[in-house]
Design a protein around this ligand. Sequence first.
Ligand SMILES: [Ca+2]
Length: 117
Amino acid sequence: MPIQFNKNVGVNNSFIDPVIGGVDSNVEDWLRYFQKELQTKFREATDAFRHFDIKLNGLVSFGEFKFIIDFLAIRFPNRALHQMFNAIDSDGDGKLTYQDFVALREWANAGGDKESL
Ligand SMILES: [Ca+2]
């Protein structure tokens, strides 16, 4: 059944995923789900990164990140996208590197329950 989100945060009501849960979802839940989706679509982190790096400059901007997630039809509220991007962005410069993608995969495969990536 559809998950009811808190209307105050303005999320997309069409988002439905029983894996993630409801209003208590946090960035770690989103990241675990995101990584799971990536691993079903791309065997290796390098394959995933190549798709996200639209400009082929070795960096993934938030715009590229959002564009590819939309393209892959992985549904997240905008709030979650920003939180996820910031969590993956290890040096906080607003761009993701290949190493960030590897770190996300390793974090998720280790259980994804650590406080930081
Ligand atoms: Ca960065």
